[in-house]
Design a protein around this ligand. Structure first.
Ligand code: ADP
Length: 277
C-alpha cells in the first residue's frame, strides 16, 4: 500500500490575456475548476497505476470524493473549514501566477497522520500541509518499517529530525536550492536524493554515486502535475518491490506521459501504458 499524506485543493484556473498587475483589472477569456493539491494529485497517480492507495488529508464539507476514484479515503478528515483553493492565473504564453488558500489543509495534524496501520508499504508526503503533520507521519512510518518518500514541495528548509527519517527525497531543482547540497542531505540521513529536471529527466544522488536518467521523449502539452505523477509512480514502483533505479526509470516515463493533456490529472498513465513505452 502507498499512504499519501498531503493537500487536497480545488484548482480554479483563470485564462487571462494578461496576469493583472497590482491595482489593475483584466477581463479573463474563461475559467475552469478541477481537482488538485499535491496530495490529491499524487494519490490519483498511484490509483491510476492500479496501486492500493490510502490518502491522509483534511478537507471541507464541499469535498467531492468522486474526484479520487480508487483511493481509500477512510483517513480523510472533514473539517468545518472549506477545502483548499488554488487560484491559478494563466496567460497565453503559459506563464502563471498562483495563490493558494490552505483552508482545511492547514488543520492537518500529527493526530491525523501518525496512526496509520497495516503491513509496511511506502509513505509519500509533500509540504502543502503543516510540517508537524509530515514530521509525525515520517516518524511513525519509519518506526513501523515503511519506506518514506518525501516530495519537499513547496520549497522550504527542513529540520534534521525529518531528514533522518527520509529514504528517498524528491525535490525539483528549485526546491533543492532551499534544502542544500545533496551530499549534505545524505550526510543528514537521507537515503537517496532524486532531483527532477523537467524535460532533462532526473538525477539520482546516493552515497558516492550520482547518475542522470534522461527524460522519456514526449510532445508535452501541459507539464502541470508532472512532478506529482512522477512521485506517485516512484512510490508505487518502490511498493511493488522494484529497486530505486528501476523505480526511477518507471517514474520518468509516468511523469512524461502525464504531460500529454491539459490539467494535473488529465493524462495520468496506467502501469501497462508505462511499461509499454
Ligand atoms: P515539477 O513539476 O515538480 O517541477 P518536473 O518539471 O521536474 O517536476 O517534472 C517531473 C518529471 O516529469 C521529470 O523528472 C521528468 O521525468 C518528467 N517530465 C516533466 N516535464 C517533461 C517533459 N517536458 N518531457 C518529458 N518528461 C518530462
Amino acid at each position: 500500500t502507498v499512504v499519501v499524506v498531503g493537500s487536497v485543493n480545488i484548482d480554479l484556473v483563470v485564462h487571462t490575456p494578461l496576469i493583472a498587475p497590482p491595482g489593475q483589472t483584466v477581463i479573463a477569456t474563461g475559467s475552469g475548476t478541477g481537482p488538485g493539491g499535491k496530495g490529491g494529485n499524487q494519490a490519483a497517480a498511484v490509483a491510476h497505476l492500479g496501486g492500493a492507495c490510502r490518502l491522509i488529508a483534511a478537507v471541507g464539507p464541499d469535498f467531492d470524493p468522486s474526484t479520487l476514484p480508487g483511493v481509500d479515503l477512510s483517513l480523510v478528515r472533514t473539517t468545518a473549514e472549506p477545502t483548499g483553493l488554488a487560484v491559478v492565473m494563466l496567460d497565453p504564453s503559459g506563464e502563471n501566477a498562483i495563490t493558494v488558500v490552505p483552508g482545511a489543509n492547514a488543520l492537518l495534524s500529527p493526530e491525523d497522520t501518525g496512526s496509520f496501520t497495516g503491513p509496511p508499504g511506502v509513505l509519500l508526503a509533500s509540504l502543502e500541509v503543516p510540517l508537524p503533520a509530515v514530521t509525525e507521519a515520517a516518524r511513525a512510518a519509519r518506526e513501523a518499517g515503511w519506506t518514506v518518500v518525501l516530495n519537499p514541495a513547496p520549497a522550504r528548509a527542513l529540520p534534521a529530525s525529518l531528514l533522518a527519517d527520509v529514504d528517498v527525497l524528491v525535490p525539483n531543482e528549485h526546491e533543492l536550492a532551499a534544502l542544500g547540497a545533496p551530499d549534505d542531505l545524505i550526510a543528514a540521513g537521507v537515503g537517496a536524493v532524486v532531483v527532477t529536471l523537467g524535460a532533462a529527466g532526473c538525477r539520482i544522488h546516493r552515497p558516492g554515486d550520482v547518475r542522470t536518467i534522461p527524460a522519456h521523449p514526449v510532445q508535452a502539452v501541459d507539464t502541470t502535475g508532472a512532478g506529482d505523477a512522477f512521485c506517485g509512480a516512484l512510490a508505487w514502483a518502490l511498493d511493488t518491490g522494484r529497486d530505486l533505479d528501476t523505480a526511477v526509470r518507471f517514474a520518468v516515463v509516468a511523469g512524461a506521459l502525464a504531460t500529454r493533456a491539459v490539467g494535473a490529472r488529465a493524462a495520468l498513465a496506467t502501469a501497462a501504458e508505462v511499461t509499454a513505452q
